[in-house]
Structure formats: structure tokens, C-alpha cells
Design a protein around this ligand. Sequence first.
Ligand code: ADP
Length: 431
Amino acid sequence: MSSRLIFWISNSVRILLVAMGTAAACYMWGTVIGLLLGILAMASLVLVQLFYLQRLADWLDHPTSSRLPDGWGAWTDIFSRLYKLRRGDEKNQTELTEWLARFRQAMTLLPDGVVIMDDVLFLEWCNPAAERHLGLSLTKDKGMRVTNLVRSPEFMDYIILGRYDTPLTLSFRDRKLIAHIIPFENRRQILVTHDVTESERIDMMRRDFIANASHELRTPLTVINGFLEIASLQPDLDIPTRNAHLKLMSEQGERMQRLVEDMLTLTRLESMDHLLRTESINMRGLLEQILQEAHALSAGRHKITLDCQGPDIRGSTDEIRSALTNLVTNAIRYTPEHGEIQIQWCNAPQGPKFLVIDNGIGISPEHISRLTERFYRVDKSRSRETQGTGLGLAIVKHVLLRHNANLFIDSVPDQGSKFAVQFPPAIVIDA
Ligand code: ADP
């Protein structure tokens, strides 16, 4: 039954009862007393209604569901309906607040900047990423014009032209941003910023790498092409000259091969999906192998010693061999004849350590921080003379990074260098 019907029935019944009571009183005690009693009963009915109306008015002033008054008659139904409405309201409110909090948190965690502005670009709200990208502060800058805060001619032009369908590439405070304005509602606009500084840097590195690699490959190719041209123009070249040309061509071919192999190694090490496959490495066996190769490369021109006291470790044998061999061959290549090279493997509280100490040509301090950059060489011609690709230390850096190890370089020009690799203690295989 509808509440409205209950309300009318219950009130009509009360009025009917009062009327019947009045009629009965008139019959029993006379018209005057009967009517007086009837008026009194009606007045009390009205007073009760007024009382509950007052309580309703009080509650509406401070509407909390806990203070909702109890009712009588039809008022019970009214109050219980109000109570349900109130509960529903409170539930909606709580849901809305929770949703807003979730939305705010999502906006806070968003790596992209979001700025909400009104139609004349006054700042209404922004997330922390926008604060970082554009140097804004929501607490201080709220209500200020965004064009006064983001002082950039490119940004001003973008706003003036109003071609918001294409994003803007913006250089702002050492950052490269992609900014995009999206109008929404009738009188609001969202500015979204995406930081591309890191990807631009990687792109630049890639471009540099390709340019350097092409340059490195061009020299041997030019030499080979030159000799091939001579051979085709002078078919009756004497045998010793022809053999000398063939020898030089084969040297250049080998140089290209070393370069390509080093580039492939670097690319493999850098690719994210190339996961480190660890195995136990017998360090004594590995270092003795490296020592043998060092003797072969030196061909008796240096005194090379090995002191192996350290433990076996867990890692990629191929990668560790490649990194340590690079350091040892560098020591041989950059140490003149009769020089000394010490290879050491020891353990320390901070983890096992690999050392290569030479008394070779040494390196000036200004070069040391750049040695692990690809194709960085202190002396280009010397590196080429000794068959260097300029990628050896870059490979070492990547291998060490993948094994949580660090490279330390100490060097004094004309006195020698010390290359130390510090491995973490966790890499040690317990005996
Ligand atoms: P490269 O193939 O040219 O040797 P690396 O990346 O292995 O390339 O080394 C970078 C540069 O660091 C070398 O060109 C050389 O100038 C310098 N270098 C490396 N090891 C030594 C060393 N033991 N003594 C002196 N210079 C060194």
C-alpha cells in the first residue's frame, strides 16, 4: 500500500474517531459538553501534528540520520522514509568521496602532467607531475594565469595560434615536453604534458652511435676499396706489392670484423630482454686462461703476473670473461715493451675484487670519467694501432652493471693505471 494512502487513511480514521466520540459525548452528556470534548480532542490532534512538524523542522536544520526523531501515527512512516533517504544520501556521499580520493590518487601517480584551467587559462588544479614538468606549485599558483607561470615563447605561440588539435614540443627548464591542450566542458581546458627528455636522450645516443659506427667502418672500407681499385687498374702489379696490399686489406677486414663483433656484443648486453643467465664460475680456471691469452698477446714484451686468492663467483662466464679480458688486453696494449702487468683476484669485506695494474702510458684525469663511453679514446691513432675498437670499456661497463659490480679507475700519465672491479659480496659462492 502506498505511503500516501496510509497517511490519508490513518488521519481520516483519527478524525472519524474524534467525530464519533463527539457525537457519543453529545448524546451522553449534552451538546455543550459533547462539543467541548470534541474541540478538545481536535485541538490535541492538531497539537500532536504541530509537535511533530516542529521536530521535523528542527531535524531539517541539522539533518543527521542519528538524530532523526521517532514518530507517531503517519509521522512514523514519514520519518522512516526520511531516514532511508538520508542513509541513501550518506552512502552516495561516501561513495563519491571515495571515488574522488581514488581519482586524485590516480592523478597523483600519473607520470604525465595534468593542468586544469578555466577558459582564460587561470590555474584551477594540477597534479604533481605537472608541478615537476612546468615548475608549478598548486598551493602558491592556484588562480594565476598559466601563461604567466610557464614563461616560454613556444608555449605563448601555441596559445595564441590556438591550434590545439596538434601537440606542441616544448623545451622547458632542461626538459623536453610534449604539451597538448584539450578544451572540455564549456569553459575549461586541460593541459597535458608528457616528458620525453629521456627518450630524446636515448634517441640522440642511438644517432651518435650510428654516426660513430659508420665513421669507424668507413675507414677500413675506403682502404679496401682503394686497394681493389689499384688491383683492377694495374693487373700486372708485382707479386710482393700485391701481397703487401692483400695483407693490408686483410688487416682492415679483421678490424671491421672486430668492430661488428663488439657492436653486436654491446647491443646484446643492452637489450632488456637479454636476461642474465648465471652459473658458477671457476675463477682460478678463468683467470689462468686469461693469463695465457695475455702472454700470447704480449708475445714476451711484458712481465705479466697473476695472484689469485679470491673465491669462485656466480654470474655469466662469457660476460665476465669478456669484461676481464678487455681490461687485461688494454693493459698490454697501453703498456710499452718491458712494462709490468699485475692481475689480482682477492676477497674483501665489501666483496671480491679484480685488479689489473700496469705501469704503462697512463691516462690524464680529464679523460677518466668518459672512458666507458662508446668510441671514446684518449688517443685515436694509438687505439687503432693496437687494434682497438673504442668499445672495450663500454662492454666492460655493461657487463659490470648486469652483475651489480663497479669499475674504479686510477691512473697517472706516464706512470700507469689501475683498473679495479668491485663485485658485491652476494655474488660469492659459499665454499
Ligand atoms: P680501445 O679499443 O680504444 O682500447 P676501450 O674502450 O677499451 O677502447 O678504451 C677506451 C680508451 O681508454 C682507450 O682508447 C685508451 O685511450 C684508454 N685506456 C684503456 N685502458 C687503458 C690502460 N690500461 N692504460 C691507458 N689507457 C687506457
